[in-house]
Design a protein around this ligand. Structure first.
Ligand code: NAD
Length: 379
């Protein structure tokens, strides 16, 4: 069985799917690993490191595409790559099966089996494969750092001979994995932090990090689905939250927004008026930018300046921390591969919940109903 590691070619991407440590473990199990030259450089691993771990390094990307049985990726390869795929090959990665499934079509037509890490169920057994959480952790950390770097003030309270510097006030909207990491990082930098979420469980988690939780009365409506994810709110419920957020934003120096509802457009939590109500020099970091943004004025991938407020809409913060993002992702992928490989050969057990739920297509057949609908809707 041959596993191929590709150089990621999406603009701005610097992560790699597997690092040399993971390669060494695979090779020790009798699996052949080939690596496209330069794949790990931005993530701190040179070609020689992969070679020392037992991989064959090549510059022939087409050979890798045409001969690999399994291709772990960060992002889906493009259609010219997928057109070369060995029939029946397996691809694992951030395949964006629900929001942008069309690029997967050439792979499906070549009989590929596709696993989307976004669909790995959030069950205890799958925690070590949860790439969404790994990348959200990195993004939340970096969002707080980015905000601190852009703010014309300091985060901590400082008492100096030249006077007292008050601490920055940071409001974090959405207290899932990314939001909690943003809260923890802003706290470590010394800011006074407030967190907000519509899930009841989030309150305790926010408080356990030493931040205050902003309570909103949503009239007792159900805010969570069976999987523990937030539900899409009605416009009326959203408006109640927006009012409280706008009021709190007026006294905040930084707002970090992370609110998402899986498979939906990100909820709009701050409108233009709320942004205009913020103080001069305030900073908003909108982590929901790729899903449409939590703020009305967010532009994905851009830094917008409006009435003295800076609004940053990052689209791939994990790629700005490629060493640790790759370290976590590589571990997630290695753990997933352990489920797929037995005695050095592929063994795809569709009765396994993790494999079944994360599988988008098996041997060229779309097996995920939501993906089939999404592809059909876009056809
Ligand atoms: P996510 O990225 O889908 O959303 C981020 C946050 O936005 C969530 O906390 C969500 O409640 C919040 N949100 C959505 N709509 C909102 C609104 N209108 N206003 C304010 N906040 C809003 O979430 P995630 O970080 O991937 O985590 C989702 C859930 O899964 C959480 O309960 C988390 O604790 C849980 N989780 C469980 C595991 C596990 O292995 N058991 C792993 C990771 C996450």
């Amino acid at each position: 069985m041959r596993i191929a590691i590709l150089r990621e070619i999406s603009p701005g991407e610097s992560r790699v799917a597997l690092l040399p440590d993971a390669v060494r473990a695979l090779v020790s199990k009798g699996i052949e690993v080939m690596v496209e030259g330069g794949s790990g450089i931005a993530a701190g691993s040179a070609d020689e490191d992969y070679a020392r771990a037992g991989a064959t390094v090549t510059s022939d990307r087409n050979l890798l595409m045409a001969s690999a049985d399994v291709i772990p990726v960060v992002n889906c390869p493009d259609s010219s790559d997928l057109g070369l795929l060995k029939p029946g090959a397996v691809i694992i990665g951030f395949l964006r099966p629900l929001d942008d499934p069309a690029p997967l079509q050439p792979a499906i037509e070549r009989g590929a089996t596709l696993f989307a890490v976004e669909l790995v169920p959030r069950i205890t057994r799958a925690q070590a494969m949860d790439a969404l959480s790994s990348m959200a952790t990195v993004a939340g950390y970096k969002a707080a750092i980015l905000a601190a770097a852009h703010l014309p003030r300091m985060f901590p309270l400082l008492m100096t001979a030249a006077g007292t510097v008050p601490p920055a006030h940071v409001l974090v909207l959405g207290a899932g994995v990314a939001g909690l990491q943003a809260i923890a990082t802003a706290r470590r930098l010394g800011a006074v932090v407030l967190g907000y979420d519509i899930r009841a469980a989030a309150g305790e988690q926010v408080r356990s990090l030493g931040a205050k939780f902003l309570e909103v009365d949503l009239g007792g409506i159900e805010t969570e689905d069976k999987g523990g994810y937030a539900k899409e709110l009605t416009e009326e419920a959203l408006a109640r939250g927006r009012e409280l957020i706008a009021k709190t934003a007026r006294t905040s120096d930084v707002v970090i927004t992370t609110a998402q509802v899986p498979g939906r457009r990100a909820p709009r939590l701050m409108d233009r008026a709320a942004i205009e109500g913020m103080r001069l020099g305030s900073v908003i970091v909108d982590l929901a930018a790729p899903a449409g943004g939590n703020c009305e004025l967010t532009q994905p991938g851009e830094e917008v300046h409006h009435n003295g407020v800076t609004i940053i809409g990052p689209v791939n913060l994990p790629a700005t921390v490629p060493v640790h993002a790759s370290q976590l992702y590589s571990k997630n992928i290695s753990n997933f591969l352990q489920l797929l490989v037995r005695d050095g050969a592929l063994n795809i057990d569709m009765n396994d919940e993790i494999i079944r739920d994360s599988c988008v297509a098996h041997k060229g057949e779309i097996v995920n109903k939501r993906v089939a609908e999404a592809l059909h809707a876009r056809a």
